[in-house]
Design a protein around this ligand. Structure first.
Ligand code: FES
Length: 155
């Protein structure tokens, strides 16, 4: 019994399928990026009411971090105990395309692995890369041994 497609034609079909696959993947990535941008516009960040407890000071040594969320929101934040002993809290989603950022204590900066975006750990300002805005910041309030966050006064 003969197979009805010649080998040469079979390769053309495979290339055509591969091209379709590439178009689908590219289109999916474009739609995904667009959706992230639309979400940022349609769903403004949740406002924190009052002081929100995060952890005890002893839970995060200098150079360490702790991820947290606040009541009523699933937005991830990162609490950072800087090497100089001060504390910072930022939204953990990169302002470029929302990848999760992390603190690099060796370089004392916040890094986004997706496109090498770097942020100043003390201010949240962009140091390098495509992020268009600083990281959203929360004020850190220390009460005895407890660490709280609140909306910044200038927000
Ligand atoms: S998503 Fe962070 S630099 Fe692109």
């Amino acid at each position: 019994m003969d197979f009805p497609i010649e080998r040469v034609e079979a390769e053309h079909v495979a290339r055509r399928d591969f091209a379709k696959f590439l178009c689908l993947v590219s289109g999916g990535m474009a739609v995904g990026s667009g959706w992230v941008a639309v979400q940022d516009r349609l769903f403004p960040p949740h406002r924190i009411q009052g002081d929100v407890f995060v952890c005890r000071k002893s839970d995060v040594p200098a150079g360490g971090t702790r991820g947290f969320t606040v009541p009523g929101s699933r937005t991830p934040f990162i609490l950072i105990h800087l090497n100089d002993g001060s504390w910072r809290a930022y939204g953990q989603k990169c302002t470029h395309l929302s990848c999760a950022v992390y603190y690099s204590p060796d370089k004392d900066r916040i890094e986004c692995p997706c496109h090498n975006g770097y942020f100043d750990a003390s201010t949240g300002n962009v140091l390098q890369g495509p992020p268009p805005r600083p990281l959203p910041r929360l004020d850190v309030v220390l009460k005895g041994e407890d660490v709280f966050v609140r909306e910044p006064k200038d927000a």
